[in-house]
Design a protein around this ligand. Structure first.
Ligand code: ASP
Ligand code: MG
Length: 412
């Protein structure tokens, strides 16, 4: 007998039919003799609806009252799912985050879980009950309701799995796993059987939004076996693992990309100590996150400094550069918000060389100019013109052997 923490996302519990389908599935797992803690999200669209309502009262800023409001979405689904289970003769009990003591800090709207007192849950499990817990919410030391940020139910599930030392945390969603790339851009993308936590973090921070990033970090930190799978169809999903895959397997796990960045360049700054600090210090002070940074080799005592920021912060970053330009006597400022960042991600590149050259060769063959390059231990990223995003991603997906093999017609 195993203990599973299962999380069902908004679309999985988005209607009466869906809640009934989830209840049927839970009853089957229970019948196989397993212990179950179930975490649910609000019905799809509900959190957005509540946010809009709050907007009518200028309550959209993350405050104490907004968290009181948003936490109701999950309270509805825990109750309904528990009713559906009880109707099926399955013992079940619903709990809000505060009832099972999911203690968080007091940062409303993006609270972090500090501690879970699992006594109550363990008691119910011992009584053979299915424990249904509201995702996305907790309580601070003063008893105020908090929420964990959008997508936070994933984190609730992983934290509960860690506290209970569950055999597996299963995140049920509307896709059947993690893919080698976005199937909307790359039709030949395939589901991965496994991906390491590190790779998943890279993929997630690059825009593959299957799991809340914080949940993946949590799983990595506490070694929670985590699986993403579909609640709409049978399948084994994708296991987020801790082990390195064996050597024969693919070097690269996936091609990630995003269109959320913009590039700014300060041209002709004096090549002196302290310049990077004087340019990037004010950017950091303005809470603007910088991603890639490049400084050219100096010529005639001056150099160019280029970096990328989120597209929403393009204008404020350009303004701040204007000031740096005057202070430092730089020649000019240029910027471009029609860029895309593409990354190949894989733990295999730790032990193999040649990934970068395959990447550059592939882009060269497609005639795509690389504007910036950055590397980490398990990732190589390039910035290219936005227009070439799809072409580049598809070409790289193929070059790294990630395309699914389409069965030849006429055979079976
Ligand atoms: N209901 C919350 C949201 O929509 C939390 C979650 O679904 O994980 O973000
Ligand atoms: Mg979600």
């Amino acid at each position: 007998m195993a203990l599973y923490v299962e999380k069902y996302g908004g679309t999985s519990v988005g209607s009466v039919e869906r809640i009934n389908a989830v209840a049927d599935q839970i009853v089957r797992t229970k019948a196989a003799g397993h212990g179950l803690v179930v975490v649910v999200s609000a019905m799809s669209g509900e959190t957005n609806r509540l946010l809009e309502l709050a907007g009518e009262f200028a309550g959209q800023t993350a405050t104490r009252e907004l968290d009181v409001l948003l936490s109701t979405g999950e309270q509805v689904t825990i109750a309904l799912l528990s009713m559906a289970l009880i109707k099926r003769g399955c013992k079940a009990r619903s709990y809000t985050g505060s009832q099972v003591h999911i203690l968080t800090d007091n940062i409303h709207g993006k609270a972090r879980i500090l501690e879970i007192d699992d006594a109550r849950v363990r008691n119910d499990l011992a009584e053979n009950r299915v424990v249904v817990v509201a995702g996305f919410q907790g309580v601070d030391v003063d008893g105020n309701i908090t929420t964990l940020g959008r997508g936070g139910s994933d984190t609730t599930a992983v934290a509960l799995a860690a506290a209970l030392q569950a055999d597996e945390c299963r995140i049920y969603t509307d896709v059947d796993g993690v893919y080698t790339s976005d199937p909307r851009i790359v039709p030949a993308a395939q589901r991965l059987e496994q991906i390491t936590v590190e790779e998943m973090l890279e993929m997630a921070s690059l825009g593959a939004k299957v799991l809340q990033i914080r949940a993946v970090e949590f799983a990595g930190k506490y070694h929670v076996p985590l699986r993403v799978l579909s609640s709409f169809e049978e399948g084994t999903g994708t296991l987020i693992s801790f082990e390195e895959r064996n050597m024969e397997e693919a070097l690269i796990s996936g091609i990630a990309f995003n269109r959320d960045e913009a590039k700014v360049t300060l041209v002709g700054v004096p090549d002196q100590p302290g310049v990077a600090f004087r340019v990037l210090g004010p950017i950091a002070d303005a809470q603007i996150n910088v991603d890639m940074i490049i400084q050219n080799v100096a010529e005639d005592g001056t150099t160019d400094l280029t970096f990328t920021v989120h597209r929403n912060e393009y204008e404020p970053a350009m303004k701040l550069l204007e000031q740096a330009k005057m202070e430092l006597g730089a020649r000019e400022i240029t910027g471009d918000d029609n860029i895309a960042k593409i990354s190949v991600v894989g733990v295999g590149m730790r032990s193999h060389s040649g990934v970068a050259s395959t990447m550059f060769k592939t882009l060269a063959e497609e005639g795509i100019n690389i504007q910036m390059i950055s590397t980490s231990e398990i990732k190589i990223s390039v910035v290219v013109d936005d227009r070439y995003l799809e072409l580049a991603v598809r070409a790289l997906h193929k070059a790294f052997g990630l395309d699914s093999e389409v069965a030849p017609a006429g055979t079976d």
